[in-house]
Write a protein that binds this ligand. Structure first.
Ligand code: UDP
Ligand code: MG
Length: 315
């Protein structure tokens, strides 16, 4: 029987903790009863440097339910993506399959069973996908959609309307651990792992208690981080802008020369306008070109694995 670990990053979630722990314990108990997961499956709370009583509550829960509830305490606040990674890597050696979910229960826990079924049917990664955003505010909906579009435009492969509610088998997490980069954007990396994937669909709910830990500032940071860690397209855009301006300056040269010879210009205007355009364009082009190399270095220093082997047939 496969041992399941549910990984829950928590930052200042004292209002939620007991509710979340109880809900997830019930989910596990139910799956154990149905003989879909191992007896000693557990919930792993990751305390991301909370400033409130979150960690004390995790300790209380662990004391009351030593098998079902476990905890990891990070030394400080590192952000959702890192807390989640810490949890996944900690759970990796202690379980056969992991499911990551937010502490606020906005993601529907009732599809966890379906995720496990799909895992048993052979998928290594199962994405939780929201098919309805009506509980999100208009603002959140629009910004989130813009975000997915922008990511796609920049060439980052990510699953539309999937946040970090997902099942990963142990070997998928092991592959994830081979991605050496410090700037982690899990939603972009996981699709790179390969393996068989599947999706389950659910409606996103309201946060049960507490408030969003993702203010606009953190959302923008996530978007910016997502793009700059996966794509050097912005640099390429600058290079092309340089090319465009240099080309433009050649046209401007023709215009300026004609004006010069027809004689209706102020003295010195021609040389001035030509140098402004031309030098500007050349500079952009040069910056873009240097940027291309920096982009390459950036991609190299990530030390990403070049391939992930799925199977080897040998005698
Ligand atoms: N979180 C975290 N560290 C942070 C911010 C958030 O571990 O610095 C956790 C938080 O406790 C929650 C999850 O990440 O479990 C998602 O946060 P939230 O629900 O506030 O985001 P939203 O759903 O509003 O996008
Ligand atoms: Mg939330």
């Amino acid at each position: 029987m496969d041992k399941l670990a549910i990984v829950v990053p928590c930052y200042n979630e004292e209002e939620m903790l007991h509710i979340t722990a109880k809900t997830l314990r019930d989910v596990l108990d139910n799956l154990v009863k149905k003989q879909k997961i191992a007896e000693d499956s557990f919930v792993l709370f990751v305390n991301d440097g909370s400033k409130d009583r979150t960690w004390e509550l995790i300790e209380e829960e662990h004391e009351a339910h030593p098998v079902r509830i476990r905890g990891v305490k990070l030394a400080g606040n590192t952000g959702h993506q890192y807390a989640l990674t810490a949890g996944l890597l900690t759970a990796m050696d202690r379980s056969d399959v992991t499911i990551s979910i937010d502490a606020d229960l906005q993601d529907d826990v009732s599809v966890i069973e379906e995720m496990i079924d799909k895992f048993h049917a052979g998928s290594d990664i199962v994405y939780g996908v929201r098919n309805d955003r009506s509980t999100d505010s208009f603002f959140k909906r629009v910004t989130a959609q813009g975000f997915y579009r922008l990511m796609a435009g920049m060439g980052v492969k990510s699953i539309y309307n999937h946040a970090d509610f997902r099942l990963m088998s142990r070997r998928a997490v092991e592959q994830l651990s081979r991605y050496g980069e410090t700037n982690l954007f899990l939603r972009g990396i996981v699709p790179l792992i390969g393996y068989q994937t599947d999706c389950v669909y659910y409606q996103r709910r309201e946060r049960v208690a507490g408030e969003s830990k993702y203010p606009l500032k953190k959302m923008l940071a996530l978007a910016f981080n997502g793009i700059t860690s996966f794509s050097i397209k912005p640099i390429t855009l600058i290079t092309w802008l340089g090319v465009l301006i240099v080309t433009g300056s050649i046209c401007a040269a023709a215009y300026a020369l004609i004006s010069y010879f027809t004689g209706n210009v102020v003295q010195g205007w021609t040389s001035l306008i030509l140098s402004i355009w031309f030098i500007g364009g050349v500079q952009l082009l040069a910056v873009g070109l240097v940027g291309q190399y920096i982009g390459k270095i950036y991609m190299e220093v990530k030390h990403r694995p070049r391939y992930n082997i799925e199977k080897i047939l040998e005698s």
